[in-house]
Every structure is written in structure tokens, then in C-alpha cells.
Design a protein around this ligand. Structure first.
Ligand SMILES: *[C@@H]1O[C@H](CO)[C@@H](O)[C@H](O)[C@H]1NC(C)=O
Length: 342
């Protein structure tokens, strides 16, 4: 529309044409201005908007000062048509650049959205050793459907092998657009090294997705286990499952920034864990191979006590605390969900 209006103004002569041109120009200029501001807000967000709008205002001032001067010079040399052609060229350039603009939400080089549905994925995941052992609310596995058309490279590592992920020597630098790890680094012996390796293999501008537990004691199981053990043997000491460093929100953010990640966004969610019955829960707790649960069990065994003694007491307490009217068990587990950008 701005192009049409400017073309109309290039035709010299009739007042009606000039008036129509000016009206159209005014209308389209307001659309361009408003949509421009919208795009800036969407792309840069509220935190960076101030800086960006500064550049915009600077450009407006420079144009307002330079345009009449330039117009005058071109008019005196080339006449009316030359000025119009110069204006048309500027508008045309604007149209071309708008058509080339990449929508930040759809991603593009250096502007990957945190939920971009493409490219390769490195999943330094452990899960909790429970997903195949009776949890009724299994997390949905990422499928090629949720990750876009291209077949993603997904690797999974069980918690027992978490240490193996401290090194990803077979993976090249800057390879993956998305790298994620769910609930394993807070249990691993050297979490910092895992995060450093994840940083290394992530492409610049790529996105890290991280799930970490929000409670270093993992009270969901350890509150009840400790209660049961202490009832039988007051010497039992509650096991500390994880470090503050990768469970406390401020420390998790600081850890990622220290590694080099930017734009860290952390939200804390209350996850719901449901089990069909105590047997399903016990399979996860006693046989799931989860390193956190094993630490609790080891503290009991260290007192030379047997699991057979504590199991019925634990069962009673778990059913009291988490039992639902329909016989299932349900409890809450707080977790941090984090995204960051390299
Ligand atoms: C049992 O009840 C809980 C809440 O009381 C509910 O969340 C769950 O879906 C129910 N499970 C079944 C299998 O009906």
C-alpha cells in the first residue's frame, strides 16, 4: 500500500491524485509503524526492548533530518521524477527486507525457539529408573512426531551409567540444536562436567532443556522411609540424596551461567506421582536401581538391619500418606524445569 501511495505521488499534476496518495501513505505508514513495534516486542521481549527502541528512534531522527536535505539535492539535479524514484527504491527495499524477515517463533539461524520442532537432539537422560516399573503417569517419550519430520538423534542413558555422560567424546562440538537432560545430573557424581559437555555439543544459539529435582532430600520417598526406619531403629540417619548445587533454583541458574549458558528460565512445578498400589511403588523403590533410593536403603543396611523388617512398616506409612479412596497411591514431587541458550 505504501508502494502504491508513493507511486501515485510520483504522477505529477492532479490534486485528487496527490490527495489520495497522501491519505494512503498516512494509512500505510501507521500500519508499518505499529506492526514494526509489535515485531520488535515479540522478537526482543520486554527486557531488551528499551535498547532496541533506542536504535529505532535514532534512525527516525536521522531520516527526518537527512531526507529533506537529500530530497533537495536530488530535486535540483534530477527533478521531480528522480526524487520519486529514490523514494520508491527505499520503499521497495523495505518490502524486500520484510519478506526476508524470519519469524523468531519459527526459529532461524541464531533464533531458535525453546520449543523448536526440529533438528538433532542429545538427551542426557536418566529418568528415575521407574518408568518401566509401574508408574502410572509415565512421561511421554519424545517421538519423531513431537520432534519434527527429521529423524532426531536421541540417546538415552540410565542413571547407573550417568557417569558415562561426563564425557561425550564421540560427539563433535556445536552439533545439536537441542540438548536435554531430565533428572539425572542432580544424582550424578560430577554434574558440572555433564553440563560442560552438554554446552560443548550444543550449537551456538541452541537450546538446553534441563529437569532437576527441587528437593535435595527427595522428601517424596525419604520422608516416609526415614519415618519407617526410625520407628524400628532410632539410630537411622536420613540420607541426603542430592547436592544443593543442582537442586536449589538460584544455584542451578548460577551453574548454567557459569558454564556459559544465557537466557536461563527456571520454573518450579509440582509433579504428581501415582502408583497402582504399594507393590508397584515398592518395585520402583527397592528394585528400580535409582541411586537416590539406593542411598536410603544403604543407610538402613549399614545398621545391620534387613529390608524384610522395615518393608511392612514402610508399606503402612506409604499407604497412610499417599493412599487414595480407589486404592492407588498419589504424592507430589517438586521439580525445576529449565531452559537456557548457548
Ligand atoms: C484414583 O484416584 C485418584 C485421585 O483420588 C485419581 O487421580 C486417579 O486417577 C484414580 N485412579 C484410577 C485408576 O481410577
Amino acid at each position: 500500500m505504501l508502494l502504491l501511495a508513493t507511486s501515485l505521488l510520483a504522477i505529477p499534476g492532479h490534486v485528487a491524485i496527490v490527495a489520495t496518495g497522501r491519505v494512503l501513505q498516512g494509512l500505510s505508514a501507521s500500519v508499518v509503524w505499529t506492526s514494526g513495534l509489535t515485531v520488535l516486542t515479540e522478537t526482543f521481549g520486554p527486557t531488551n526492548f528499551g535498547e532496541v527502541i533506542g536504535y529505532v528512534m535514532m534512525s527516525v531522527s536521522i531520516s527526518n533530518t537527512a531526507a529533506p536535505l537529500l530530497g533537495g539535492v536530488v530535486y535540483s539535479r534530477g527533478g521531480y521524477l528522480a526524487v520519486s524514484l529514490m523514494t520508491l527504491a527505499a520503499v521497495l527495499a523495505d518490502v524486500v527486507m520484510r519478506l526476508l524477515m524470519v519469524d523468531a517463533r519459527q526459529g532461524g539461524p541464531g533464533s531458535l525457539a525453546a520449543n523448536d520442532r526440529h533438528k538433532d537432539v542429545e538427551d542426557c537422560e536418566g529418568g528415575n529408573g521407574a518408568d518401566d516399573r509401574g508408574r502410572t503417569n509415565r512421561a511421554q517419550e519424545p517421538s519423531s512426531e513431537t520432534l519434527g519430520e527429521r529423524e532426531p538423534l536421541i540417546r538415552k542413558v540410565s542413571p547407573e551409567k550417568a557417569g558415562a555422560h561426563q564425557n561425550l567424546p564421540e560427539l563433535p562440538d556445536n552439533e545439536f540444536t537441542h540438548t536435554f537432560s531430565t533428572f539425572v545430573i542432580c544424582l550424578a557424581p560430577e554434574p558440572d562436567r555433564i553440563v560442560q559437555e552438554m554446552y560443548r555439543v550444543t550449537t551456538p544459539g541452541g537450546v538446553l532443556g534441563l529437569g532437576v529435582w527441587a528437593d535435595p532430600w527427595f522428601g517424596y520417598t525419604s520422608d516416609l522411609w526415614t519415618k519407617a526406619c526410625k520407628q524400628l531403629d532410632p539410630r537411622y540417619e536420613r540420607a541426603r540424596i542430592m547436592d544443593d548445587e543442582w537442586t536449589q533454583p538460584e544455584q542451578v541458574k548460577a551453574g548454567l551461567q557459569r558454564t556459559g549458558f544465557n537466557d536461563v528460565v527456571l520454573t518450579t512445578e509440582r509433579g504428581v506421582w501415582e502408583w497402582e498400589n504399594f507393590d508397584a511403588f515398592a518395585k520402583y523403590f527397592f528394585d528400580g536401581g535409582n541411586p537416590g533410593n539406593e542411598r536410603m536403603i544403604d543407610n538402613w543396611k549399614a545398621l545391620d538391619r534387613s529390608l524384610g523388617e522395615v518393608r511392612p512398616v514402610f508399606k503402612r506409612i506409604v499407604e497412610e500418606e499417599y493412599g487414595q479412596p480407589n486404592g492407588t497411591l498419589k504424592g507430589y514431587v517438586p521439580a525445576h524445569l529449565v531452559t537456557a541458550r548457548k
